[in-house]
Design a protein around this ligand. Structure first.
Ligand code: AMP
Length: 354
């Protein structure tokens, strides 16, 4: 067990790192953020920051020398860099989790190998390959880059065959997969945490509503169809975590379809659809992630209310802060980001009870 006063290194400086650092501080740890951006939200609440590119081997080695353990809040960190770090200091989650989660194709193959169902998909490596994939999968479909896709980025919808040229250009003509459109009733996520000793906890499952590819709300309890599928999805997510030897929080997103759950994607880190756990659960995803990384026992994940809703504050939504802060029923979280650009996650609010 990492003793209080130790330093946890966090790769990535966004709001997830900010909330991890706050949870770590409650347990007596210091956090050292490694991030390339000048105005990292996590740096405001961390003891130290190294500002450097993720590929800067010297900066990474110096960072490793100043921390006792490393975790991440951004999974697209270069794997080689993480491998280098892991030779110097423990890194949780490890390289295997990143390898699978960084590549949509590896992720889908891994989940299918474990018996999970995904959207129908095909590999696309060229413009001609896209035509072949359309012939195989059918339309409508979504072209997604294999790497660096999140919040609907790196995706283009193909409704009719004549959209293919524009879609291939829109994703930057890079290795991709074509996914058949899933006619889902709801979206939901399984969030679990696995400790260094292999023990696991998972949280009750929220239903997630997305707008323009970005999470808008997570609500509990979810509708009956999601409740009926949550057990099967959680069992798959637990197997994924086990097989990866994952340590820390793992989030798996699912489509609830009439014929059962279909796996969409995973994130080897704390997740936006788990922000409600800060007030809505006996232990937040951030606390249990830090506990896992520090080798502490995990805490139970029971609900604190029968109805819980987390709403993201995207772009100008955050301008409503005076009204939100004046509402006694609302827990407000603002990420300290300067400019409210459209699509930018500025904060979130959580309501317990109706
Ligand atoms: P992703 O980045 O893959 O999670 O995609 C962002 C959002 O786009 C998802 O949360 C869904 O709302 C939607 N989406 C992604 N893939 C599909 C699909 N194969 N069929 C229907 N909707 C999808």
């Amino acid at each position: 067990m990492l003793p209080p006063g130790s330093t946890i290194g966090i790769l990535g400086g966004g709001q997830l790192g900010r909330m991890l650092a706050m949870a770590a501080a409650s347990l007596g740890y210091r956090c050292h953020v490694f991030a390339p951006e000048t105005d990292a939200p996590a740096s405001d609440v961390a003891a130290a920051t190294t500002r450097a590119d993720y590929g800067d081997a010297d900066a990474l080695a110096a960072f490793a020398a100043q921390v006792d353990v490393i975790t991440l809040e951004w999974e697209n960190v270069d794997r080689e860099a993480v491998r280098q770090l892991a030779e110097l200091v423990p890194v949780h989650p490890g390289v295997h989790s990143l390898e699978v989660a960084q590549d949509r194709m590896a992720e889908k193959q891994f989940v299918e190998w474990l018996g999970g169902r995904t959207a129908p998909w095909a590999q696309v490596d060229s413009r001609a390959g896209l035509d072949a994939a359309i012939a195989q999968i059918g339309l409508p479909a979504i072209l997604k880059t294999r790497r660096m896709g999140y919040d609907g980025k790196g995706q283009a919808r193909i409704l009719v065959a004549s959209d293919a040229d524009a879609a291939w250009d829109a994703i930057g003509q890079q290795p991709a997969i074509l996914e058949g459109f899933v006619n889902f009733a709801h979206e939901f996520s399984v969030i679990l945490c696995r400790g260094q000793d292999g023990t696991m906890v998972d949280w009750p499952v929220p239903v997630n509503l997305h707008k323009a590819g970005i999470l808008a709300t997570s609500t509990l309890p979810p509708p009956a169809l999601v409740r009926a599928q949550a057990g099967e999805a959680a069992a798959l997510a637990r197997t994924v975590a086990e097989k990866l030897g994952h340590v820390g929080v793992l989030a798996c997103e699912f489509f609830a379809c009439s014929d059962g759950p279909r796996f969409n994607e995973m994130a080897p880190r704390v997740h936006n659809s788990g922000h409600w756990t800060i007030e809505g659960s006996a232990a937040s995803q951030f606390e249990n992630h830090i506990r896992a990384v520090a080798g502490l026992p995990l805490r139970p994940t029971g609900l604190m209310a029968s109805h819980i809703e987390m709403t993201n504050l995207i772009g100008a939504d955050a301008d409503a802060w005076p009204r939100l802060l004046a509402d006694p029923g609302v827990h407000v979280h603002l990420y300290g980001k300067g400019e409210a650009r459209p699509g930018r996650k500025m904060g979130h609010v959580t309501r317990l009870g109706k």
